[in-house]
Design a protein around this ligand. Structure first.
Ligand code: IMP
Length: 442
């Protein structure tokens, strides 16, 4: 069998990426679900159970955290790549939840090199947040999802004692790693209120070997698998978790997550070179939301913001927290489209803005008396930015039944034109409601 070489892969329309251009929750799940119908495999490459991708099919709502959203199509592959951090027990819970609703998860494949989130990672996440909230540096917590994401990625970088999914079916290696890890965690978490079993190597090994028994048949090398698929001309869809402004390098650090969330993370998080990806769709809402702490220049703390939150059901898929809501920040979106190399945009939640008389869009920032139209990818500096708005007329007609862009109310079309012009990337898809069918493709 010929071995794949780097020259075996060239840019192909067969590989598509879906990435979030804001602070997450842009509606990537719905788009991935829509596109998955035409793809042979859906692939997650970053993040973990902190992500929450919601898909609504014929009125039935599915909330996916670790399982790629494409799982809802029987017979297709759903791949969890090496860049993801997997909580084995929550993954099993998710698979069981899907099975109870008749969804067959047998197409799920998990990279043996994806790192595993252990009980002590969740304790550490919780403990660090509580110290930051109430301790000496009170009020400096990040507002994480407490899913152990940061500690798991930190241990991956630390190396010693870090558990990978392949270790769940290697009892001796698993135990050796847990012995090392628990020695460190025992010290670190000595005064944490978390249950001691969560840092006991024997107790954890037992739980993880049980998880390994369940997940073992799905754990394998995914890099060759993906290269083989691409060489065979199969269509592969990469599903970004979290979003660009939460990226550990390109987001509003330190108010970010711990992974590479942009399209740039696909290569590292799967082993598939960047040049393989022909289409990169940047997903955005018609307004802005954010969960957790950190600067958000266009945040609305008034009745308009509350109205958008209620109409848009803006409550976290993962934590249930109310999301912060604000006007569309075009400066941020244009920056994110640039970082990702977006070839097209998907604008979601157009229905939620319907009924507002006057809509505002942020087209620049005022910082220290100067105006800039460049994003400020630093949590501290961005906190000083004041939005400069452009106002446009709102649209009052309910748009949920509209299926063609030309049939949208004039003001809604003008709003989309303005986004396209400012960002410099065409809008390929517009969403006017949560259901698969409530989508405009032309
Ligand atoms: P962590 O990823 O749990 O460490 O959380 C870090 C920050 O990223 C927090 O502000 C979270 O609310 C935010 N975050 C992480 N994942 C998502 C997501 O998928 N959508 C929205 N916010 C997220």
């Amino acid at each position: 069998m010929p071995q794949p070489s780097s020259s075996a892969i060239s840019r192909t329309a067969n590989a598509t990426a879906v990435v979030g251009l804001q602070w997450g929750d842009e509606g990537k799940g719905k788009l991935v679900d829509l596109l998955a119908a035409d793809h042979d495999a859906t692939v997650r490459y970053n993040g973990g159970a902190n992500a929450g991708h919601t898909v609504v099919v014929r009125g039935q709502k599915y909330a996916m955290h670790l399982v790629p959203s494409g799982i809802l199509y029987p017979g297709k592959l759903a791949v969890i790549g090496n860049g993801v951090v997997v909580d084995p027990e929550s993954l099993i819970g998710e698979i069981d939840g899907l099975a109870a609703r008749g969804v067959d998860a047998s197409g799920l494949v998990i990279s043996s090199r994806a790192h595993a989130v252990m009980p002590y990672h969740k304790q550490e996440d919780e403990f660090r947040e509580s110290l930051l909230k109430d301790g000496a540096a009170a009020g400096s917590e990040l507002g994480t999802t407490k899913r152990g994401i940061g500690p798991a990625y930190a241990d991956k970088a630390q190396r010693s004692g870090a558990v990978r999914m392949g270790d769940l079916v290697r009892p001796a290696v698993l135990r050796e790693k847990l012995d090392i890890a628990c020695r460190f965690k025992g010290t670190l978490l000595a005064s944490s209120p978390g249950a001691k079993e969560g840092r006991d190597p024997g107790a954890i090994a037992e739980r993880m070997l049980a998880a390994g028994k369940r997940l073992g048949p799905s754990i394998r090398d995914t890099t060759y698998l993906l290269h083989d698929l691409i060489r065979e001309g199969k269509r592969v869809l990469f599903e970004g978790g979290n979003a660009t402004l939460l990226d550990v390098d390109h987001g509003t650090y330190p108010y970010v997550t711990s992974s590479a969330c942009t399209a740039l993370g696909i290569a590292q998080g799967t082993g598939v070179p960047a040049k393989a990806i022909g289409r990169i769709i940047g997903v955005m809402k018609a307004y802005t939301t954010r969960v957790g702490r950190g600067p958000m220049p266009t945040e609305l703390l008034d009745a308009i913001g509350n109205g958008i939150r209620e109409r848009g059901r803006e409550y976290g898929t993962t934590t249930g927290r109310p999301r912060r809501v604000g006007w569309l920040d075009l400066v941020a979106v244009r920056y994110s489209a640039m970082i990702n190399g977006a070839t097209g945009l998907c604008v979601n939640m157009m229905d939620v803005l319907a009924g507002i008389d006057e809509i505002k869009l942020c087209t620049a920032y005022r910082v220290d008396g100067a105006t800039t139209d460049r994003f400020i990818p630093d949590g501290y500096d961005l906190a000083r930015a004041e939005p400069v708005y452009r106002s446009v007329p709102g649209y009052s007609t309910d748009v949920r039944a509209v299926r063609h862009r030309r049939d949208l109310p004039h003001a809604a079309r003008a709003y989309l034109d303005l986004i396209e012009e400012f960002v410099g990337v065409p809008i390929d898809i517009v969403s006017v409601g949560p259901d698969r069918a409530e989508t405009i493709l032309d």
